[in-house]
Design a protein around this ligand. Structure first.
Ligand code: HEC
Ligand SMILES: [Cu+2]
Length: 362
């Protein structure tokens, strides 16, 4: 688990080790932002404080640590002192009869009780703040899937960002100094949405909506993690949240979710970018190994057997249908419910580029 604190280094090492075996990952890495380091703000080795909740959460945490240290020294110190003071001095020394001391017993019950109430009240005040999003918060929807996040902005229709299982990539953009409210759900198993620098974390549950809110205070890039073990590639369910000055927010949002062919870019190359940017690679490999979905190796033109026993030749129409209405025909050996529909999320040009990319996977 410690390795997450050294994410950038281990990523580099992993990439070097993987070598030429992962050409797609190499390509994606050039465009994708690196996982930002979990810099420490001070000597307590806590992550950067980048939201309005961070300081008060840390203060409470440090208060509890300080109490622990104080009582540890007090109790262990008293024990060592009494061991020395009441050591048996001779063979025939007898222990005097012990009764009790009401005053001391009262104090060692009352003082911890008061301290516990202080901790409870402090935590409860913070908790209430953290569970009541302000009415003017920006709404963002988050969907967790094995093993990526999809982030959509209802106030900016069509803006959709996806994290990536092979490389951390830009997953969410928010303005500094404005409250943001997340409405979250899962399409498969339990996940947990976690931004350490903001000190927020909440379970993302299938069939239910959970909410979370925050206000970012620092411009920069911070990690998003999944904090609930959710299967094989749970540890790569990471993303990057970017905090911007408010005046740059809307434009950056449009720019980041724009997925258009660059001038002079071959359709297959553009298709490769969509494959990683939209998270198809979470379920479809290129090396022939089946994952959650069938591999795309030698997919185009092959005879595919469906779950109902029929068979067909994979062509442009079938691929388009698989992307827009995945439930229409289910490949034998796979579950229909797992592939999300990209109806309204991928346009004709993007689908054509995906088809061109699939054709190149011989
Ligand atoms: C959450 C996992 C998941 C993601 C993400 C996903 N798929 Fe799929 N996909 C599946 C599964 C499972 C199947 C097989 C079941 C079926 O046919 O619906 C499948 C089937 C397909 C097929 C038919 C493959 C065959 O062998 O006949 C195509 C084409 C396809 N997906 C394209 C895409 C594209 C393009 C994307 C990204 C924009 C994508 N998928 C993202 C899970 C996924
Ligand atoms: Cu997860």
């Amino acid at each position: 688990m410690l390795s997450m604190f050294f994410a950038p280094e281990t990523k580099e090492a992993a990439k070097a080790a993987a070598g030429a075996a992962a050409p797609v990952v190499e390509k994606a890495a050039a465009a994708a932002p690196k996982l930002p380091p979990l810099e420490t703000a001070h000597n307590w080795a806590l992550p950067t404080e980048a939201s309005t909740f961070a300081r008060s959460t840390d203060n409470l945490y440090l208060f509890i640590v300080a109490l622990d240290v104080f009582f540890f020294v007090l109790v262990i110190g008293a024990m060592v002192y009494f061991m020395w003071k009441y050591k048996r001095r001779s063979e025939d020394q007898k222990t005097s009869s012990i009764t009790h001391n009401g005053k001391i017993e009262f104090l060692w019950s009352a003082i911890p009780a008061v301290l516990l109430v202080v901790i409870f009240a402090w935590a409860e005040i913070d908790y209430l703040k953290q569970t009541t999003p302000p009415a003017d918060a920006i709404n963002i929807r988050v969907v967790g899937r094995q093993w990526f996040w999809t982030v959509e902005y209802p106030d900016n229709p069509g803006v959709s960002l996806t994290s990536n299982v092979d490389e951390p990539q830009l997953t969410m953009i928010v303005p500094k100094g404005r409250p943001v409210r997340l409405t979250m759900t899962s399409e498969d198993v339990l996940h947990s949405f976690y931004i350490p620098a903001f000190r927020i974390k909440k379970d993302v549950v299938p069939g239910r909506y959970t909410t979370l809110w925050f206000e970012a205070t620092t411009v920069g890039e911070f990690n998003i993690f999944c904090a609930e073990y959710c299967g094989d590639r749970h540890s790569s369910m990471t993303g990057v949240i970017k905090v911007l000055e408010p005046e740059m927010y809307e434009a950056a949002l449009k720019e980041a979710s724009k997925l258009e062919a660059k001038p002079g870019e071959a359709p297959a190359e553009f298709g490769r970018r969509i494959y990683t940017r939209r998270g198809c690679n979470a379920c479809h490999t290129l090396d022939g190994a089946p994952a959650t979905g069938p591999s795309w190796k030698a997919l185009y033109g092959r005879q595919e057997t469906m779950a109902d026993g029929s068979s067909l030749t994979v062509d442009d129409n079938y691929i388009t249908e698989s992307i827009l209405r995945p439930q229409a025909k289910i490949v034998a050996g796979f579950t229909g419910a797992q592939m999300p529909s990209y109806q309204g999320q991928l346009d004709q040009k993007q689908i054509a580029a995906l088809i061109e990319f699939i054709k190149t996977q011989k």
